[in-house]
Design a protein around this ligand. Sequence first.
Ligand code: GLC
Length: 596
Amino acid sequence: MAIASTIRPCCSHLLLSQIIPKYPYHFSKSQKCPHRYEVVAQAASTAPAPHPTFDPVGAGSATPPHILLHGLKPLVFTPLLPFPEKTRNVDPVRHEPIPRTESVAEREAWKLLNQSVVNYCGKPVGTVATADAGAFKGELLNYDQVFIRDFVPSALAFLLKGETEIVRNFLLHTLQLQSWEKTVDCYSPGQGLMPASFKVHAAPIDGNADAEEEVLDPDFGESAIGRVAPVDSGLWWIILLRAYGKITGDFSLLERVDVQTGIKLILNLCLSDGFDMFPTLLVTDGSCMIDRRMGIHGHPLEIQSLFYSALRCAKEMLTFNEGSANLIRAIKNRLSALSFHVREYYWVDLKKLNEIYRYKTEEYSQNATNKFNIYPEQIPAWLVDWIPDRGGYLIGNVQPAHMDFRFFSLGNLWAIVSSLTTPKQAEGILSLIEEKWDDLIGTMPLKISYPALESDEWRIITGSDPKNTPWSYHNGGSWPTLLWQFTLACIKMGRPDLAKRAISTAEKRLLDDNWPEYYDTPTGRFVGKQSRLYQTWTVAGFLTSKLLLEKPELASILTFEEDLELLEGCACRLSRNGRTRCSRQAARSQLLGNCA
Ligand code: GLC
C-alpha cells in the first residue's frame, strides 16, 4: 500500500508546497518556532474573513477581531492547586491550610502523568499513550504517540489542577494538523478531519544531516491498523475546547479566527449531505475508541453521543455573524432531530422490549410503528433475562432491520452527560448499571461493551480477531479509563455514591497492577492479554475521577442540561400535520413525557 506522508516542521524554512494545508493557512517562511501562519484567500464557502496574521501558540502580537460568543459563560474558577478549599484543614498555630494527604495511588498517578508529557519546541503539547509502548512482545505499534481521544482525560486532570498551558498548546497544535494532506492509495480524507494521533520526532533540516529540527507527524488513519479515519477526534477536540474555555475563561482563544475556522471545518464535514435518511452520523467500523472491527459500522451510539455533545458545544462557541448563520441553523436542526431519533429508537427497557417482541413487520406507510422493519427474532436470548424491571439503556446501533442490543458504556454515559437522553432515561441508565453492577463494573470498572461476542458471532463479526476474543479488549473487556466518564455522569445525575464505589474498587488494584490499559474475563479479573501497562489514560482517568468528585461543580465544563428550544424545534416538525400544538409546553410533554 502506497502511503504519501507529510510532516510538519517546528521551526524551519520549508517550501510552501511541502507544508501548506489544503485550506486556509500559509506558512510564513520567516517565522521561527513558535511559527506563524497567514490567512490566505479562501477557497471554501465556510471561509472566515481574512485576518492578517495570527500566532498558533499565542506568543505573537496578533489580536483577533473582537467577536461576541454565542452563549458561553465563564465559570468562577478556583484552581485546585494544591488542594481544594473544602478538603483543607487549617493549622491552628499558623492559621494556614494543611494540604490534604493524597493517597499513594494518587501520588503515583501524578508522577506517571507528568512523566508522560510530550514536548514540542520546548513546550508541553500532549501525553504519550503509554510509557510501556514496546513492552508487549516488543510491539511498539503506535502506542508511543499522542492520541487525541486519550489526551482528553489527561487534559481534564491538568485543567482541574489549574495547569492550563499544555491544554492550550494541544488545542492549537492539533488544529494546525487538521486537514493536513495525507492520502491512502491516492485518496485523501475530507477537509476538517482531525488526526487520530501525532508524534513528535526529529528530522534533518533541509536535507542537512548535521542539523535537526522537531516535527509533528500526524496519523489520520493512513498508518493505523485497518486504515480507519478517526471520526471521534474532531468531536473530542470541540468538547475539550469548550471545557478549556469554561474553566479558564480564556475566551480570546475561542474567538480566534483559526479556532472558529477549525470548529466550522469539523462541523461541515459532519453535517455534509449524503445519502442518509437518519440524523445519526453514518460511519465505518472502528472509527472511535473501538478502533478495530467490532460490528459497530453504521450508526454506533458512541459516535452519536459525541456528535450530539460536540454540536451543543459548537452552538455555544460559534460566533454569530452572517457567515455562520446557516451553520448555526443547521446545528440546531440536527440537534433536535438527533435527540428525537436516539431517544425514540435507541432506547430499550422492559416495556419497549415487550413492544418489539410483538412488532408487526413489513409495514409500508409513513405511520409505521416498526419503522426499521425489525424482526422480533432479533431480540437476543441473553437480553430476555438480563433486562431489569427498573431502568433501561440505549442500544449500540439502529439500522434497517438491525438493532445491536449490546450495551456500550461510553455512548450511554456520554448521552447522559450531554442530555442526549431525557432526564428519566438518564436515571434509567444509572439504575441499570447499579442493578447490573457485577456485569458492568465487576472487579474492575468499566465494561467497554456487554456482553462479549462468542463463537460464530465472534468469527463473523470481528473477522476472527485474536485481540478481540470473548471478554477481552473491545469485546467485553474492562477499561479503567472509562471511570472518569462514569464519574461525570454520576455527578450530573446526583449519584456520586456510585462513582465513589467504582473508584474504590479500582484504586488499589490499578496501583498494584501498574495501571493496565484493559482487563479481561467477564468480571475483569485478569490484566488484559495484550494490555500495555502504565497506560496514560488509565492513570489520567483515575485522577480526573478523583478531582471531579472533589469539585463536582466543575463537572459543568463538560455537561449540558436539557435545552427546551431544541425540543421545541423537533416537536414543531413532528406536528406539521397540525395534530399537536407547536410550543415549549407541547415539546416538553411530547418528548420528555413520551420517550420513557
Ligand atoms: C487502542 C484503543 C484506542 C486508543 C489507543 C491508544 O487502539 O482501542 O481507543 O486510543 O489504543 O491508547
